[in-house]
Write a protein that binds this ligand. Structure first.
Ligand SMILES: Cc1cc2nc3c(=O)[nH]c(=O)nc-3n(C[C@H](O)[C@H](O)[C@H](O)COP(=O)(O)OP(=O)(O)OC[C@H]3O[C@@H](n4cnc5c(N)ncnc54)[C@H](O)[C@@H]3O)c2cc1C
Length: 439
C-alpha cells in the first residue's frame, strides 16, 4: 500500500467506510463518471479489515428493516452502478429474488454492502483507524487543510493524509449503562460483540444467558440462543411490560423521507427534541412483527411443552452485578413498580442497550478551536451536514451519520436516507470546490 505523504492534498478524505462512507463514495464516483474530466481526489479510511456490515450481528434468519430500494444509490439516481438491483443482476439472482416477496436477509444486505464497497475505485485503506484530525495552516495563517491521522491496526504504524475536506462517517458508539460497565469482559458484553464473544465462550452449551433490553437486537438474540442449544436457559430482562412492536403506521414512517429532514432541521432546539421523541417509536426499543410473533410463539411452546427455559422478566430493572467464584454472574433485579427484588444467575450477560451519538467526535478535538459549537458543546451543522467553522478555517468538515439530534431520525444511521444524505453532502462539497453539480 502506498504511503500517503501530506504533500498530496486530497479533495476529500472519508473516515469510516461503512454504509455512510460507501454511499458518499458512490455519489462522488457516479458524478465523476457522468461529468468526465479529472475525478475528485478522494481517499477512504476504514479501521476494520473490510466493509462488512454489522459483522458481529449477522444472525441467520434476520432480515433488514428498510425497503431494499432504499439502497446506496436508487433514491439519488436509479441508473447508478451502486444500486441493489444492479447487485442482484450482477450476482445472477435477479429473477429468484423477485419471487422472494421483497425479503432481504441481513446476510444478503451485508454482501451487497461489501459488493458496493468493492465497486469504489478511489483508494480505500482498510485496517486504518482515524485517531485525530489536525489543523494545517496556510501562508495567510488560516487553517486551509487538515491532516487526518490514522493508525494501522495491524502494525501500529501512523499515517497522515492531508485534505481540504473531511467526512466523518464513523457511526454510533455502543452504549453500555454504568451498572454493567465495570463488569465488561468475556462474560458480560455489548450485543455489538455477540458472535466473537459467543465463539470465545466455546462450543460447550451455556447453562444460562441473560439478555438485557427490549429492542430488535435483544429479541433476535433471545431467539438465536433459544434455537442454538436446547439446554440453555434464556433470561430476557425488559423494563416494560414486555417486548413492544415498532410503530409501523404508514404516515408516521414518513419521518424517514428526506423532506421530513428539512422540516426537522428548521425546528428550534426544544421542538426538535419533542419531534425526535415522537419519532423514536418507529425505530428504537421495539421489535418488528416477525420477531414479536416468533418470540411469543417460542415462549408459548416453551410453556406448552413444559420445557420452561425461556424466562421473560418483565418490568424488571438490573440494579447490580456480582461476579461469582465460579465465573458466573449474579444479577440483582428490581420490579420497576412494586420494587420487589430478586436475582438471576447466568454464564453470560448480553447487554442490548443500543448505540449513542457522541456530542462531539473525539477525533476532532485538535480542531475544536475552529469549530462553532452550540450551548451543549455540539458542533453546529448546516443542513448539508457541514460543521460550521470560524472565519479563519476553510476546511469542510462533514458529520455524516452523526447528527440525529440535528437532522432527525431518518438522516442519521438509517439506510432510508443513505443515498439522499450522500447527495446533499456531495453537492455541498462540489460547490465548495467550485465544481458544482448541475441541479
Ligand atoms: C444489528 C443492526 C441492524 C441494523 N439494521 C438496520 C436495517 O436493517 N436498516 C437500517 O436502515 N438501519 C439498520 N441499522 C442501523 C445502522 O446503523 C445502519 O444500517 C448503518 O450501519 C449505519 O451506517 P454508518 O456507516 O453510518 O455507521 P456504521 O455502520 O457504524 O459504520 C461506521 C464505520 O466506520 C468505521 N469506523 C469507526 N470508527 C472509525 C475510525 N476511528 N477510523 C476509521 N474507521 C472507523 C467502522 O468500523 C464502520 O465500518 C442496524 C443497526 C444494527 C446495529
Amino acid at each position: 500500500m502506498p504511503y500517503e505523504t501530506p504533500r498530496d492534498v486530497q479533495d476529500l478524505v472519508v473516515a469510516g467506510f461503512g454504509p455512510s462512507g460507501i454511499a458518499l463514495a458512490a455519489a462522488v464516483e457516479d458524478h465523476d463518471d457522468a461529468a468526465g474530466g479529472d475525478p475528485l481526489a478522494a481517499h477512504y479510511l476504514e479501521k476494520a479489515p473490510d466493509s462488512a456490515w454489522q459483522p458481529n450481528l449477522v444472525l441467520p434468519g434476520t432480515d433488514i428493516q428498510h425497503h431494499f430500494l432504499r439502497d446506496f444509490a436508487t433514491p439519488r439516481d436509479p441508473r447508478s452502478r451502486f444500486t441493489f438491483p444492479n447487485y442482484l443482476q450482477q450476482s445472477g439472482r435477479f429473477y429468484p429474488f423477485t419471487l422472494m416477496g421483497g425479503y432481504v436477509s441481513r446476510l444478503e444486505w451485508s454482501d451487497y454492502v461489501q459488493w458496493a464497497a468493492r465497486q469504489v475505485r478511489g483508494p480505500v485503506s482498510y485496517d486504518r483507524e482515524v485517531t485525530c484530525v489536525e489543523p494545517v495552516f496556510g501562508p495567510d495563517g488560516r487553517v486551509d487543510t487538515v491532516d487526518v491521522v490514522s493508525r494501522d491496526t495491524r502494525d501500529g504504524s501512523v499515517h497522515r493524509v492531508r485534505t481540504r475536506n473531511l467526512a466523518l462517517a464513523t457511526g454510533h458508539e455502543a452504549y453500555v449503562p454504568d451498572t454493567f460497565r465495570p463488569h465488561l469482559g468475556e462474560r458480560v458484553f455489548h450485543a455489538s460483540q455477540l458472535l466473537p464473544r459467543l465463539a470465545a465462550l466455546g462450543e460447550r452449551p451455556l447453562g444460562s444467558v441473560a439478555v438485557i433490553g427490549a429492542g430488535q437486537t435483544a429479541g433476535e438474540i433471545v431467539l438465536h440462543l433459544a434455537g442454538r442449544d436446547p439446554a440453555t436457559q434464556v433470561h430476557s430482562v425488559v423494563r416494560h411490560a414486555g417486548f413492544r412492536m415498532y410503530e409501523l403506521g404508514h404516515f408516521s414512517n414518513e419521518v424517514y423521507f428526506p423532506d421530513e429532514t428539512d422540516y426537522f432541521y428548521a425546528l428550534e432546539g426544544e421542538q426538535r427534541e419533542r419531534a425526535l421523541d415522537q419519532a423514536r417509536a418507529t425505530n428504537y426499543a421495539a421489535v418488528d412483527p416477525d420477531v414479536s410473533t416468533a418470540l411469543y410463539q417460542a415462549v408459548y411452546q416453551d410453556g406448552f411443552t413444559g420445557t420452561r427455559r425461556l424466562h421473560m422478566h418483565r418490568r424488571t430493572e438490573i440494579t447490580g452485578l456480582d461476579e461469582l467464584p465460579d465465573g458466573r454472574i449474579r444479577l440483582a433485579t428490581e420490579e420497576v413498580f412494586t420494587g420487589s427484588v430478586g436475582s438471576i444467575e447466568a454464564d453470560a450477560v448480553i447487554v442490548c442497550t443500543g448505540y449513542r451519538e457522541s456530542a462531539f467526535p473525539k477525533v476532532l478535538t485538535p480542531l475544536a478551536p475552529w469549530l462553532r459549537l452550540d450551548d451543549r458543546g455540539r458542533p453546529q451543522v448546516t443542513r448539508a451536514y457541514r460543521a460550521e467553522t470560524t472565519d479563519d478555517c476553510q476546511v469542510g468538515v462533514y458529520l455524516d451519520g452523526l447528527t440525529e439530534w440535528r437532522h432527525g431520525i431518518g438522516s442519521a444511521t438509517s439506510f432510508s436516507q443513505m443515498a439522499a444524505k450522500a447527495d446533499t453532502i456531495h453537492r455541498d462539497l462540489r460547490t465548495r470546490l467550485r465544481r458544482p453539480v448541475a441541479a
